[in-house]
Design a protein. Structure first.
Lengths: 513, 635
């Protein structure tokens, strides 16, 4: 009994979540498992994956008490660890022989885990609190399954739970980050650059919005297309909510057939292509443990194609059911990370403009009725402003290649929260060798970042075998990655190009001296 | 009993090996017959067991009786007191803990300790650690070492600046330390870099720190991790946790593990494990696999008893010897004619049945090995890694190092033929210069002795040895010399006007404040000739003065090397890297690789120009800094 059976049974990827505080007695090991994909693996196999993980967490703590196991790299598998909450671990096992794009960054995989977790927390609160609420673990298991499945699946319109796993498998291949993604950064927001005038308009819109709710403690997030225009939320909450919006709320997300250029949406675009992965018979898996709870009561915030735009311009979804009295759909509630405050999530859309308003649950006395009053207020006070802002932004909007800089393929990350990159379509033109080289270089830089802790200045220019220049710069919390593929350029020429770019687009952060 | 001739044990088994003529085929017995199953495996085993028995009978006092035969030039010994003679010889060498006795009675290689500070044997010596043991744990040099070399995380903070002694390499004493520790000790857990060798049944064979016996439980854990993953049809390569890396290497029945928080890349660490394994093969040959096939619980530790010093010296070299990651060797700069003269006589000898003849010298700084000349018989070629391991074995074992003594020892060159023993004749001409003659014949001692005498005569006559001494004093290329007109240097690296580079602490401190270096802020460079398998390194100059700074630069080079040669996509062509410590420039072509370190504020354009100058300089003097033509690599 070992991983061998895992290899044959799985489709190249396993994902598990387990709680080290549970199942410590012999015979109760199964209790540790909160989530395991694929669920049809024999428990013994699941336990052996978790056993190895647990063993190495303990082992590595001997030497590194503060940072336990992060990755196990074996010849055929990578095991990526993420301690989502204290003692609750997420481990992803990727089969390198099956993933042809084996050279994916471990950090990118870990960011997937991080993203799943933060989205889960956004809608359900922390796993620990859910475990405390219902100690048998049934509640959290019944929530985790559909949630992660929905997250990883790329294609929509699968409302039959029996197709659960098929759904998952199709999405899987498309979702795992690979070296192709080395010019993008998961877990960051992408901002729209706005002119001064538009910025002032947006500002006043935000003010009006937040007054409409009648309380001072509500927050707003304004998006144009798949880009962030403004936020009044904390950085972490902004990232979670932005991620969710781009996945499910923005115009692109709503019309899931449309081609998208955001990395968060690429899977949707990709799912149009016939999936390579065969739908295995695991589609009919019904696992007692995970299905024990009534599935209907479990909300699936990431369920595909369940949001639509109502006549009033507000987005609605039946995910949270319908209000008995008014026949309107129930407004979802999200949790803020720092304050753990519960907020109603109201989303309004006008053309390319998406506005998310978070209203404290505590401030609305009579639920949906109270909320609809707030919505009315918003429409009355702000609809004109929203029209204007949309118009202004549309005028200034350069299209999906707006941030393309000709001759450059780049990624700019600010403080690990905000990023801007060459459009994916442009990145696709790069040679595989260049991308692999950059992917490798990013790993090196990540190591340096980890080592240096405080942001240090670093400049690396590599001329790869294919003649491309692969460049990384870090300075004052900003990172710049770049591929220049014009052959016969000298180091000085390459450095000069970076300098020019830095001066024009990064206000000289990466310039020397 | 007759079988013993074939194995490592011939010297001690055979009452008088050097006098006994051996049939030609038996010279190759171990290599040839190992192919055919049990017979030889059994003999190997048997001879080992026999030896152990023999030693036990004799009493375990002479811990270092072994395959290494030390013959004093002036003393004749008859066969019966041969072993004792060796033993006593060793004892005289200051073999501190040899009396430890433990379970270890048979030693293949000498385990003498070279203690710069003469420390009495510590009673706590486990016997396991042989000569090295824990003796002198309290000596001053030890304490100094602890901060420099042993690298407890907290203490050995890399950016400690110019704390340590300016040239503490020289003060590094080989051998095992901290035997009192085990995996329960905090200090043990905080060591920056652990190395473990264990058997696939989880038996500890070697640990860099701590007592192997006490680490049995830990060793079993390592084995469990490896076999757990192996049972799943996979093979674990490494585990990362924070700044720590656990790197695994499986070599048949032997497992090697490195646990490090030195930030060295995985590729470097695994290469180091390969070398550690190679070192073990050099001592025992790969035929030890047979022992494990026969008995999975086979205990190897007696076979390696006393070789701690060899492993610890090798591991130590991983943090200063570029040969370990460049896979190339360095030559002592010499006038072309001098090297030619040395090569000619070595060639002469090689034609008379010597497989390899190497004339080497110990470099002034540390124990770095530099080649004066080397020659292989016919098409035999010597891998740089084998040279590194051989050099380490010889230089870390005190018994070889007696000037005017001769040693004759079975060794295996893992890259040349991991299955067979060769026999090495080693002789020191002076404290730094020594000759290694390798042969396949275990009875060639007298022949090799004659060869050595011939070589010595020629070397003396043609002043090679004095040139060598002069060169060791003068040192190699200095970045400062690049600043002046290049023409001046063509054809001459040995600069008479230069006073010996004696590093008085005053001078170092002075210059480290000034921070001179070469033109355009050039601090140091490494140049590796791809075809020659050789490299040249500039002398360390200010501000890279302290051992700590040198080690940091070494690590930076090592990282750069891995980055340039990254698997699957490498090698890259050029790399420019600027961080808070250096500007590093690397240039890889089919002919050479250049690694150069500059002041972190160096100007890019000037740095590139300077690198071109360095390459030109190296080309101009390649006759003197490299071994050309005569080498076995030239075809």
């Amino acid at each position: 009994m070992g991983l061998a059976s895992v290899n044959t049974a799985s489709e190249g990827m396993q994902l598990c979540i387990f709680d080290l505080r549970r199942g410590q007695q012999e015979g109760q090991e199964l209790d540790k498992i909160l989530f395991f994909f694929p669920a049809d693996l024999p428990f013994a196999t699941q336990l052996s994956v978790i056993g190895l993980s647990e063993g190495l967490i303990t082992f590595t703590r001997i030497f590194s008490p503060d940072a336990a196991c992060e990755v196990i790299e074996a010849e055929r598998h990578s095991h990526v660890f993420y301690e989502a909450e204290s003692d609750i671990w997420m481990v992803m096992v990727v089969d390198k022989s099956k993933e042809s794009k084996a050279a994916c960054q471990v950090d990118a995989l870990r960011k997937v885990l991080k993203e799943v977790h933060s989205l889960f927390v956004l809608f359900h609160g922390t796993m620990r609190s859910m475990l405390e609420k219902e100690t048998s673990g049934g509640l959290i298991r019944s929530h985790l399954y559909p949630f992660i499945t929905d997250y990883l699946s790329g294609c929509g319109d699968l409302n039959l739970t029996c197709n659960f796993w098929a759904d998952f498998l199709i999405g899987r291949k498309l979702q795992l980050p690979s070296f192709h993604d080395c010019l993008m950064e998961r877990g960051t927001v992408q901002m729209l650059t706005v002119g001064r005038e538009a910025a002032i308009e947006v500002q006043s819109l935000v003010k009006v919005l937040e007054c409409s709710a009648g309380t001072t403690s509500c927050y707003s997030l304004v998006l144009f297309q798949d880009l962030l225009v403004s936020t009044t939320l904390s950085p972490d909450d902004t990232i979670s909510l932005f991620t969710y919006a781009v996945l499910r709320l923005t115009p692109h997300a709503l019309s899931s057939g449309a081609t998208s250029w955001s990395y968060l949406q690429r899977t949707n675009a990709g799912s149009q292509v016939p999936a390579l992965s065969t739908i295995t018979n695991s589609g009919s898996v019904s696992d007692n443990i995970y299905r024990s709870q009534n599935n209907c009561q479990v909300k699936r915030p990431l369920h595909h194609n369940r949001w639509f735009r109502g006549n009033d311009g507000f987005l609605a979804s039946d995910i949270w059911g319908t209000d008995n009295g008014s026949q309107t759909s129930v407004t979802p509630i999200v949790y803020l990370q720092l304050t753990e405050e519960r907020m109603y999530l109201c989303a309004y859309q006008h053309k390319s403009l998406t506005i998310i308003l978070l209203v404290p649950v505590s401030s609305i006395l009579n639920g949906e009725q109270g909320l609809s009053l707030v919505k009315q207020q918003v429409l009355e006070n702000a609809s004109l402003k929203m029209l204007m802002v949309e118009e202004k932004l549309s005028k200034g909007w350069g299209g999906e290649n707006a941030y393309h800089v000709s001759g450059y393929r780049y990624l700019l990350v600010d403080d690990e929260r905000v990023s801007r990159a060459s459009p994916p379509a442009k990145v696709m033109t790069l040679a595989k060798e260049s991308l692999l080289a950059l992917s490798k270089l990013r790993e090196e830089v990540n190591l340096e970042k980890k080592r240096a802790k405080c942001s240090s200045k670093l400049e690396i220019c590599v001329r790869a075998k294919n003649g491309a220049w692969v460049i990384a710069r870090t300075s004052r919390g900003k990172e710049l990655y770049m591929v220049l593929e014009k052959a016969s350029e000298t180091l000085l020429y390459a450095a000069d190009s970076v300098e020019k770019f830095s001066n024009r687009y990064c206000s000289g952060v990466f310039s020397l001296d | 009993m007759s079988s013993s001739d074939s194995s490592s044990s011939s010297a001690s088994d055979d009452p008088n090996p050097k006098l006994k003529p051996q049939p030609l085929e038996s010279q190759f017995q171990s290599s040839l017959t190992l192919e055919d199953s049990d017979g030889v495996a059994r003999t190997d085993d048997a001879s080992v067991a026999e030896q152990q028995q023999e030693q036990q009978d004799e009493g375990s006092g002479n811990g270092s009786v072994d395959g290494v035969v030390n013959v004093e030039d002036n003393g004749h010994r008859d066969s019966s007191d041969r072993e004792e003679g060796i033993g006593s010889g060793e004892a005289r060498d200051g073999d501190g803990g040899s009396g430890g006795g433990g379970g270890v009675v048979w030693r293949r290689a000498n385990s003498e300790v070279e203690l710069e500070v003469e420390a009495p044997a510590s009673p706590s010596s486990s016997g396991y650690a042989g000569g090295r043991g824990s003796s002198g744990a309290s000596s001053a040099s030890r304490a100094d070492d602890a901060s420099e070399e042993d690298e407890i995380e907290v203490v050995g903070n890399d950016d400690g600046g110019a704390v340590g002694a300016p040239d503490s390499q020289a003060e590094w004493t080989p051998g095992k330390r901290h035997v009192d520790e085990d995996d329960a000790s905090i200090s043990w857990r905080k060591r920056k870099k652990h190395f473990f060798i264990l058997s696939n049944s989880g038996k500890p064979i070697y640990s860099r720190y701590g007592d192997e016996h006490k680490l049995a439980g830990f060793s079993a854990t390592l084995q469990a991790i490896i076999s757990f993953v192996e049972n799943g049809g996979d093979r674990v390569k490494y585990v990362k946790a924070g700044m720590h890396q656990v790197v695994f290497l499986v070599k048949g029945p032997i497992y090697l593990v490195c646990i490090s928080c030195t930030e060295e890349p995985f590729e470097s660490l695994v290469a180091q494990l390969e070398l550690v394994y190679g070192q073990m093969i050099l001592i025992l040959t790969k035929s030890l696999n047979r022992c494990f096939e026969k008995n999975p619980k086979f205990d190897m530790t007696p076979l390696l008893g006393g070789t701690d010093v060899v492993f610890s010296a090798l591991i130590h070299s991983f943090s200063w010897n570029p040969a370990a990651f460049l896979h190339a060797y360095a030559c002592l700069p010499l006038p072309y004619a001098t090297r030619q003269a040395a090569g000619a006589i070595l060639q002469d000898v090689a034609d008379s049945g010597v497989l390899f003849a190497l004339l080497m010298c110990k470099h002034r700084v540390g124990t770095s090995l530099k080649v004066i000349s080397l020659v292989g018989a016919q098409k035999a070629s010597l891998h740089p890694d084998d040279m590194l391991l051989l050099g380490n074995f010889i230089m870390s074992s005190e018994s070889f190092r007696q000037v005017t003594s001769e040693s004759f020892s079975p060794i295996c060159l893992p890259r040349y033929n991991p299955m067979a023993f060769l026999h090495a004749y080693v002789h020191y001409f002076d404290a730094d210069t020594y000759l290694i003659l390798l042969t396949t014949r275990s009875d060639a001692f007298y022949h090799l002795k004659d060869c050595r005498i011939r070589i010595e005569t020629v070397l003396l006559k043609s002043n090679v040895l004095s040139e060598v001494q002069r060169s060791t004093l003068d040192g190699g290329m200095r970045v400062e010399d690049l600043s002046v007109d290049l023409q001046q240097h063509t054809g001459s690296t040995s600069r008479v006007e230069d006073k010996p580079h004696t590093e008085t602490p005053e001078r170092i401190r002075e210059s480290s404040l000034v921070g001179l270096g070469g033109p355009a802020g050039l601090w140091h460079f490494l140049y590796r000739s791809v075809y020659l398998d050789q490299y040249v390194s500039s002398e360390f100059s200010s501000p890279i003065n302290t051992h700590r700074q040198q080690k940091r630069l070494y690590r930076a080079y090592q990282k750069l090397y891995v980055s340039m040669h990254s698997k699957g996509i490498g090698p890259h062509k050029t790399q420019f890297r600027r961080d808070e410590n250096y500007v590093l420039l690397c240039w890889v072509t089919p002919d050479f690789e250049l690694y150069a370190a500059f002041d972190p504020l160096a100007d890019k354009a000037l740095a590139i120009k300077t690198c071109n100058k360095v390459c030109q300089w190296v080309k101009d003097v390649e006759n003197e800094i490299f071994l050309l033509g005569a080498s076995p690599f030239s075809w």
